[in-house]
Write a protein that binds this ligand. Structure first.
Ligand code: IMP
Length: 198
């Protein structure tokens, strides 16, 4: 079976990719399971560039199929910040409670449509022959007026989904996977892989 390495150290992301790719003839491994370690500088200017940087770096070490993702939150009122800097925004070690409150404060004067935001996920693949594929998907919403919900992580407690009347930290993980930027991007990548490997 062809090996696919997903360049992440995140157990939640591994669970999601295994679920979505379950019917593909692929032996899916995390970097740890594949015995790969790498210190990669993500200095791209876009989600796509950063995902490609990671996938290329690991592919150079392992060959086979390598997937990598990059994601973040774009807040329109903040000129699409924090964007690719989502985990580094206000400092890597600053709690999300503080980051989330700062975003709510920055939008103090924003009303309705002005509070639009989206989670973005780009996934890059480098295939055994060295060819590359990149997909992108989003989950659209608005920045809420207060922090709400215990599920999810990061910016989920301020990401309000108008069609649910809840934040993405208040819906179940299964509901989130159905509509999330990462779930959608993984399903798009699965179609790319089906085509590439047929
Ligand atoms: P990465 O792609 O795992 O590096 O994620 C980058 C950052 O974007 C995370 O550390 C979070 O701050 C933010 N982020 C990405 N996806 C989500 C999500 O689904 N919920 C909340 N925050 C997210």
């Amino acid at each position: 079976m062809t090996q696919l390495i997903f360049a992440t150290g995140n157990a939640g992301k591994m669970r999601e990719i295994r679920q979505i790719m379950a019917d593909m003839p692929l032996d899916i491994k995390s970097m740890k399971e594949a015995g790969v370690t790498a210190d990669i500088v993500e200095d791209g200017k876009t989600f796509e560039e950063n995902a490609l940087i990671k996938a290329r770096a690991i592919h150079a070490l392992t060959g086979g199929i390598v997937l990598a993702d990059d994601s973040g939150l774009e807040v329109d009122y903040m000129d699409k910040m924090p964007g690719i800097y989502s985990s580094r925004f206000m400092g890597e070690d600053t709690s999300y409670d503080i980051k989330n409150k700062a975003i709510i404060d920055a939008l103090e004067k924003a009303e309705g449509e002005e509070r639009s935001a989206r989670f973005v996920c780009a996934i890059a693949a480098v295939l055994p022959d060295g060819s590359e594929r990149v997909v992108r998907a989003t989950m659209e919403g608005r920045i809420g007026y207060e922090i709400a919900g215990q599920n999810g992580f990061g910016y989920d407690p301020i990401f309000f989904l108008p069609e649910y009347g809840k934040t993405s930290a208040e819906i179940s993980p299964e509901e989130k996977n159905e509509i999330s930027h990462r779930g959608k991007a993984l399903r798009l990548m699965k179609e790319e892989l089906k085509e590439a490997l047929s």
